[in-house]
Design a protein around this ligand. Structure first.
Ligand code: T4K
Length: 420
């Protein structure tokens, strides 16, 4: 059976586009990051077990089981589960004794930068490569100063950084290499699971991630000494009932969270298969849209991917409508497309005030934050919804003059800054 052609199949929406006065295409919002619900019976059984045991936190059996399952999934020696990805980053940064300056991309969720600044370490923002949205190793090298102690690469959208180039720079310049792998559960680089690179890699199990524990995170490492330090630091530094050996914090994951984490991890193959189908539908459905580039994958490369994010770039020179105009069209239809990571960490506080010069060396970041739009995916969406979203975009392009006329003029605040 041929998939319907979204450019010509608008039977789904006989009314005008919602920005032109029609009814929204969807009664309920379609989200980027709708949480996945794994096997309910299994989840509830695990929660019942925790209630029966009356063991709710402090390295309980479900946390240990979750960590063991992650060790197998990531093929790494140690995984230390934490209460969220941001705390996991903070604890990893502290355990690795980073200080002074650490080089990070500005094009990331603000938590990557905050985890440093929270500990009075200066995030030095590096630019990204335009084709991949990943940190540019050549610029990393140029940003190293005597105060630099580390590099944090972010596997944005689950796409691996140039691990070899970053590792070579880190080794040669005596720096620690850490990865923010918040997006990268289930992804590989040259056949090796992300989770095994650098001194450590940090995952997020926030509700919006493909593997989640409502809230949660973890640090993966092959380093025995570091793993032990991470375990102590997430539990106030306690090495025994009365013995505190490090400055620590409460970074523990609870049993209820681990119950969801375990059940969600078991569900990963189903989620990835669904995301992949959705991605292929978007690939077909977005084809032929002028000025819209889907950040695609090379299907010939033998890599695992989670297809968690559907990322498009809207080229203002070639698209009849700008990125924010398209976002406004979609929002009116109840499609909550998102502008991650607009406007870039360097334009957010406190970095905007503390590091005003960063702007000058981030031309690609500046360009990408103005172009990127994330489209909804995940198991709650199927062919009908995806082809409808693509159909809306085709129709908006075809009716761009009317659409532009219907949207409020850009006035410094973009149309979507009120809506998104
Ligand atoms: N590093 C990177 C590269 C990251 O992307 C993140 C987190 C971190 C570090 C830090 O990890 P954590 O400390 O968060 O574990 C969301 C997530 O909150 C955040 O975890 C994630 N990155 C980021 C990319 O996305 P927001 O501010 O966009 O969240 P929010 O509330 O707008 O939710 C996203 C969408 O999901 C909404 O359209 C609504 C929908 N949603 C959300 C929740 C929580 C639901 O339908 N149900 C829900 O329960 O940050």
């Amino acid at each position: 059976m041929h998939a319907p052609d979204p450019a010509h199949s608008h039977a789904w929406k006989p009314t005008p586009l919602a920005v032109l006065g029609g009814a929204p295409a969807f009664a309920e919002p379609l989200h980027v990051g709708r949480p996945n619900v794994p096997d309910r019976a299994k989840l509830l059984q695990r929660i019942e077990g925790a209630l029966d045991r009356r063991w709710f936190t402090n390295d309980g059996p479900l946390v240990q089981e979750f960590e063991a399952a992650l060790v197998r999934q990531l093929q790494v020696k140690h995984v230390v589960a934490m209460c969220n990805g941001t705390t996991a980053l903070e604890i990893a940064i502290r355990a690795l004794e980073l200080k002074g300056e650490v080089i990070v991309p500005s094009f990331t969720f603000v938590a990557t930068a905050h985890a440093l600044q929270w500990q009075e370490i200066t995030p030095v923002f590096a630019d990204i490569e335009p084709a991949t949205h990943l940190i540019d190793p050549a610029q990393v090298e140029r940003l190293i100063t005597p105060r630099t102690t580390g590099i944090i690469g972010v596997h944005t959208w689950g796409r691996p950084c140039d691990v070899a180039a970053l590792a070579e720079i880190a080794d040669r310049r005596g720096l620690t290499l850490l990865f923010d792998a918040a997006h990268a559960m289930g992804c590989t680089h040259r056949g090796v699971p992300i989770g095994r690179f650098g001194a450590a890699e940090v995952f997020s199990f926030h509700a919006t991630k493909c593997v989640h524990s409502f809230e949660g995170g973890a640090v993966a490492t092959n380093d025995d000494v570091l793993a032990e330090k991470l375990r102590l630091m997430r539990n106030f530094g306690f090495a025994g009932y009365d013995r505190v050996v490090y400055l620590g914090i409460n970074g523990k994951l609870s049993e209820i969270h681990a119950a969801m984490g375990l059940t969600s991890l078991e569900d990963l193959p189903r989620v990835v298969a669904h995301n992949r189908r959705n991605f292929e539908l978007y690939r077909q459905g977005l084809a032929g849209l002028p000025g819209l580039r889907l950040l695609d994958y090379d299907d010939a490369a033998a890599e695992s991917r989670n297809y968690q994010y559907v990322v498009v770039e809207c080229d203002p020179a070639a698209s009849p409508l700008g990125r924010d105009e398209l976002a406004a069209v979609l929002t009116a239809e109840n499609v909550r497309a998102r502008r991650y990571f607009y406007p870039g960490c360097h334009r957010m506080e406190p970095y905007r005030s503390l590091l005003p010069d960063a702007l000058k060396r981030l031309p690609v970041t500046e360009e990408i934050v103005a172009k990127v739009l994330l489209l909804p995916t995940g198991p709650t969406l199927g062919e009908t919804e995806i082809l409808s979203v693509c159909g809306i975009l085709h129709r908006a392009a075809a009716e761009s003059v009317a659409v532009r006329g219907a949207l409020p003029p850009p006035d410094g605040a973009s149309p979507t800054s009120r809506i998104l």
